[in-house]
Design a protein around this ligand. Structure first.
Ligand SMILES: [Fe+2]
Ligand SMILES: [Fe+2]
Length: 190
């Protein structure tokens, strides 16, 4: 009985720690990227699945949190703002790569989506060279040229870790939302 209550106490301490670190990292993300978080395009990624039941939106937020955690745990001095913004935009390809059709075959998605994400992100935000490098190289070694900035190395590592957790269902999502906020916007404009 005592062993069970000790285990419960340990569990609740762990959950409190996790909740606290989640709150702290969320605060940092909000401060570094308020414009990205409210963007219609960014919000539209809630309707696309990345792996398993995890949406692209949840995935990039996880990658931003993991990137922060890696840089802080390993005491890596880096540009945290670029790290967060690059992580949030690294999969900004804005389509569902599982739905193939004649017009959008999404062939070799793994190879080509960093370029598409970079074009979409650059059209909407003023990107720094470091942020561009994060987006363009995050699929390394698929994208042959290795990252130039340490922030890009961190996001590349965090992305692989998050993708693995999603693929083996260690990270479970809530599935995609059906509505596209970009549609609401264009309907309002009519
Ligand atoms: Fe990606
Ligand atoms: Fe990713």
């Amino acid at each position: 009985m005592r062993e069970v209550s000790r285990r419960n106490a340990r569990q609740s301490r762990r959950w409190r720690r996790e909740l606290n670190s989640y709150r702290v990292s969320w605060k940092k993300i909000r401060k570094a990227a308020p414009d990205i978080l409210v963007s219609q395009n960014f919000r539209s990624t809630k309707q696309y699945i990345q792996h398993g039941n995890v949406t692209v939106n949840d995935h990039v937020l996880d990658v931003a949190r993991f990137s922060l955690a890696i840089s802080e745990k390993l005491h890596i001095r880096c540009n945290r703002k670029a790290l967060i913004r690059g992580a949030l935009l690294h999969d900004y390809f804005l389509y569902d790569w599982h739905q193939l059709d004649r017009e959008n075959p999404h062939r070799l998605h793994g190879f080509f989506h960093p370029g598409k994400a970079l074009r979409n992100a650059a059209a909407e935000y003023d990107l720094t060279e470091c942020e561009k490098d994060i987006i363009k190289k995050h699929m390394w070694p698929l994208t042959v040229i290795p990252p130039k900035y340490k922030e890009a190395w961190i996001v590349t590592a965090a992305d692989k870790l998050c993708s693995l957790r999603e693929t083996v269902h260690l990270r479970k999502g809530h599935g995609a939302t059906l509505e596209d906020p970009r549609k609401e916007e264009s309907e309002e404009a009519i």
